[in-house]
Design a protein around this ligand. Structure first.
Ligand SMILES: Nc1ncnc2c1ncn2[C@@H]1O[C@H](COP(=O)(O)OP(=O)(O)OP(=O)(O)O)[C@@H](O)[C@H]1O
Ligand SMILES: [Mg+2]
Length: 443
């Protein structure tokens, strides 16, 4: 595909380099390391006051500033064969940086995300992502290698995660079922990522914890991605951050939807939802199920404390290959994380401590689980996938019609994952109806 021009130049802060008049500075990778004490916040850079170069503001973050031309080389002109997915932000393409591109930038595969939405909200999310991920480094956060900010173009360049998102691995019908050990590894690693954010010197609330934002390395090491909605945590005596409600249907904490008061406990609730998805193999919201089962938390939470009931709701694709003791402990943990009273939810550091011993277990019924896809099933799966893709395309088309109508006031972030911006009264109505849905564009 070609990189499209986006018609929102008039909104843009005056800091992006243009192809015609490139600034020499942004191309240099930064050199010194920024400590967490000096971490820059999105609130330190407002779009109206920002006049100096973003790369100067982020000096020390080791981010590379790419040109559109370079990213075309890296992704073979955003060719469809390199397309790996699309969320609310825009399409993502695989690419390859070779060692001749830049001194100091090693040869590696990358994922290039292109912002394709109109309006300030997309730009703000892009900037928030660059500011947070550019400065935060941890084994369980995806590495942002660089960005492109040229004329109207906004792109992000990440390390490539070979197994894609947890959402793909857990819910796509044609994939091999995730083994129990991988599920526990993912839960622990993601919990460590969140604990790191919550316990940083200047804490961060992630706000968009969900299966599609957990990316997986070849050995199933999970890394959090998508910091576009992240927020600095409360400071001093404050108990919460007041925001407009934003996030994803099925994952956001009920009190946050009702009040807009954001705390680290809102992330803990979302973690509980993902843990439940890992245990049951069900999506947080699934409109294809009977009404009583559509909202995963409402349906599953009451069954978590009774081992007999728990056994009935565990993912059938595990085919009994799980640790009973581990499942019971993980279910109890999910129950606590999903408490309606935020104060009763554990801190992420204590979630990590609970999950650590669940990595070693010796009560799995039989030997290691080896799954070979039978030829018939492969054919069936291929059919499933193309059927799924057709359905997704249809969904996108109808969503895109809807979004065009809505765009004057609201931007729908992800048709697929139901991230959206809507009036808070609607949110509250949905909450009463048992469907957590969100959001209004943020100031
Ligand atoms: N660094 C990466 N490495 C490999 N695949 C990636 C990477 N980043 C994103 N992807 C893939 O690209 C697809 C789109 O990701 P993206 O984060 O844009 O949207 P999403 O998380 O699916 O939806 P949302 O907009 O609600 O966050 C996902 O399927 C994901 O697996
Ligand atoms: Mg995402």
């Amino acid at each position: 595909m070609t990189v499209q021009k986006i018609a929102w130049r008039s909104f843009l802060p005056n800091f992006c380099v243009s192809d015609q008049n490139p600034s020499p500075k942004p191309k240099k990778p930064a050199v010194s390391k920024q400590t967490s004490f000096q971490r820059l916040s999105p609130s330190d850079l407002s779009s109206s006051t920002l006049s100096e170069d973003l790369s100067n503001s982020l000096a020390g973050s080791n981010l590379h500033v790419f040109t559109v031309g370079e990213l075309k080389v890296i992704t073979q002109s955003f060719s469809s064969s390199n397309f790996i997915g699309e969320g609310g932000f825009g399409p993502v393409h695989k690419g390859f940086i070779d060692d001749k591109l830049r001194p100091g930038l090693k040869a590696q595969p990358v994922a290039v995300k292109l912002l394709d939405l109109e309006g300030m909200q997309g730009h703000r999310e892009w900037l928030t992502e660059v500011i947070f991920l550019g400065q935060l480094r941890h084994p369980h956060l995806v590495k942002l290698i660089g960005y492109c900010c040229e004329d109207e173009h906004r792109l992000l360049v990440y390390e490539y995660m070979p197994r894609g998102s947890l959402e793909n691995q857990l819910f796509r019908r044609y994939t091999v079922s995730l083994p129990w050990s991988a599920r526990m590894k993912i839960a622990l690693g993601a919990a460590k990522g969140l604990a790191f954010l919550h316990e940083a010197e200047k804490p961060v609330i992630y706000r968009d914890f969900k299966a599609s934002n957990i990316l997986l390395d070849s050995d199933y090491t999970p890394k959090l991605s998508d910091f576009g909605l992240a927020k600095d945590g409360p400071e001093g005596d404050e108990t919460h951050v007041s925001t407009r409600v934003m996030g994803t249907q099925g994952y956001a904490a009920p009190e946050y939807i009702m009040t807009g008061h954001l705390t680290a406990a809102s992330d803990v609730y979302s973690f509980g939802v993902v843990l439940l998805e890992l245990l049951t193999g069900r999506r947080s919201v699934d409109k294809n199920r009977p009404p009583r089962e559509q909202n995963l938390v409402d349906w599953a939470r009451p069954q978590l404390k009774d081992p007999r009931k728990l056994r009935r709701i565990l993912d059938p694709r595990l085919e009994g290959q799980y640790s009973e003791m581990g499942a019971e402990k993980a279910a109890q943990l999910a129950y606590q994380c999903l408490s309606y009273r935020p104060k009763l939810r554990p801190a992420m550091s204590s979630v990590v401590k609970t999950l650590e011993p669940l990595q070693d277990f010796d009560d799995i019924p039989s030997g290691p689980f080896v799954y070979t896809v039978p030829t018939d099933l492969q054919k069936e799966n291929a059919k499933d996938e193309s059927r799924g893709q057709r359905e997704m395309k249809k969904d996108r088309e109808s969503d895109s019609h809807r979004n065009h109508r809505d765009r004057r006031n609201h931007r729908t972030r992800s048709p697929k994952s139901q991230t959206m911006y809507s009036e808070s009264t609607a949110l509250k109505r949905n909450l009463r109806n048992g469907l957590n849905s969100l959001v209004t564009p943020e100031n």
